[in-house]
Design a protein around this ligand. Structure first.
Ligand code: RFL
Ligand code: PHB
Length: 392
């Protein structure tokens, strides 16, 4: 097989890159380890930054999002059993919080690529990269994980294969920065009506809790747990008891329960790989950096990376110049480190750490108090939450 850009991974980074390149007349082939059903059924992110919403609309894949998504003008920070609204829309000149599930974005992108004749090869195995320091790199893989080895010859390889994918390991002399947090999130999907008008991020002495939503009838809730805990320890009753205890307020907030139809536990890490390029290989999204989900940044960062990569590739194919491609890593990392800091800030402000001292608990509350009562501090949170300008 031959194409211009070989893309490894059909997550948000790989699929959006393939879509953006197609609109510019650049061919790509996407290979993906999972089946289409697995990709379309994996529950992950929910919050999209305003510029990502605008990009999806402008590039023709935003129609269902605008119909089925939920749009909020603010978020709530809750601590000491009291809620405080951060009026995001007012503090950011009209930018809104958009909630539209990651797998719905993926369904829309997959449909758009296939309808345009794009090639996505699902369920591949044994992926290896070759000749990346030449102008004729190759990707080798096996279809259905058991078939004959096949090869894609291309001009460039985009490693969009997530935190556990193989691409990053092909960058020699890379420097990796990692922090693992001593807690994780247990997430549920429940068939219940909306209990709060906007997302609620709660710091409670029993642990963090987050109330998010999917549709008027399906809610997405999270509670802080030990990252090594097992789902079998968490009956539905225990989950509801914890959620109720953590989000209760002195003014009688009511959380409505419902049947739980999906549960999972995720670990939390902050991770950055410098650089994000070697020869003709460019890595993007979670393959290059990961954030804890408290700032809702991961998918949005993946989108920013591939927008920049597509611009570099367009410049190369139109003019033969490589300065944008050569500046890819530097251009991405500035935004990456901003989002890493914001995600770490939100995480450390909102999660009681099991190893933390009484002094650190007081400092957390002091930071929350400042964030909700100073317009300057609230504006800083708001502009990061809805997303810094794309050229940041
Ligand atoms: P992905 O989504 O991990 O996709 C990588 C794809 O590559 C495939 N792959 C391979 N394919 C071929 N060959 C191989 N050898 C391969 N190895 C792996 C994988 O199967 C997969 O399909 O990475 P990408 O595209 O960089 O996207 C990143 C986002 O998925 C991630 O950052 C977000 O989900 C993070 N995140 C959030 N981000 C937001 O912007 N807003 C949010 O509200 C938000 N909430 C969240 C989140 C992540 C969460 N979890 C599950 C950690 C909430 C949670 C709970
Ligand atoms: C979600 O709805 O899944 C969600 C919302 C906000 C976050 C993370 C995840 O910070």
């Amino acid at each position: 097989m031959r194409t211009q850009v070989g893309i490894i991974g059909a997550g948000p980074a790989g699929l959006l890159l393939s879509h953006l390149l197609h609109l510019e007349g650049i061919e790509s082939i996407v290979i993906e380890r999972k089946t289409r059903e697995e990709i379309e059924g994996t529950i992950k992110a929910g919050v999209l930054e305003q510029w990502v919403v605008d990009l999806l609309r402008e590039t023709g894949v935003g129609e269902r999002m605008m119909r089925e998504g939920t749009f909020h003008g603010g978020i709530e920070l809750r601590f000491n059993r009291k809620g405080h609204r951060i009026p995001i829309e007012e503090l950011t000149d009209g930018k809104r919080v958009t909630i539209y599930a990651q797998h719905e974005v993926l369904k829309d992108l997959i449909a758009a690529r296939l309808q345009a004749g794009g090639q996505i090869i699902f369920n591949v195995g044994d992926v290896t990269l070759h000749n990346i320091d030449t102008s004729a790199p190759k990707i080798r893989f096996r279809q259905d994980k058991i078939g004959e080895f096949q090869e894609i010859s291309c001009d460039f390889i985009a490693g969009c294969d997530g935190y556990h994918g193989p691409s990053r390991s092909y960058i020699p002399n890379r420097k990796e920065y990692l922090k693992m947090y001593p807690f994780g999130w247990l997430g549920i999907l429940t068939e219940a009506p909306v209990s709060a008008p906007e997302l609620v991020y709660t710091n409670h002495e029993r642990g963090f809790a987050l109330l998010s939503t999917r549709t008027p009838w399906i809610q997405r809730y999270y509670i802080q747990v030990d990252p090594n805990d097992n789902l079998s320890n968490w009956s539905d009753d225990r989950i509801w008891t914890e959620l109720h205890a953590r989000v209760e307020t002195t003014d009688g907030f009511q959380l409505t329960d419902g049947p739980i139809f999906q549960k999972n536990i995720v670990a939390m890490r902050s991770f950055v790989c410098e650089t994000m390029q070697y020869g003709r290989l460019f890595i993007a999204g979670d393959a290059a950096h990961t954030v804890p989900p408290t700032g809702a940044k991961g998918l949005n960062l993946a989108a920013a990376d591939v927008l920049k990569l597509s611009q570099g590739l367009v410049q190369y194919y139109e003019t033969g110049k490589t300065d944008r491609l050569n500046g890819y890593s530097e251009a991405c990392l500035r935004r990456v480190w901003r989002a890493e800091h914001f995600s770490w800030f939100m995480t450390t402000m909102l999660h009681p750490d099991p190893t933390q001292s009484q002094l650190e608990k007081k400092l957390q509350l002091a930071q929350l108090e400042y964030t909700v009562s100073s317009r300057a501090a609230a504006t800083s949170l708001a502009e990061n939450y809805v997303g810094m300008p794309i050229d940041w």
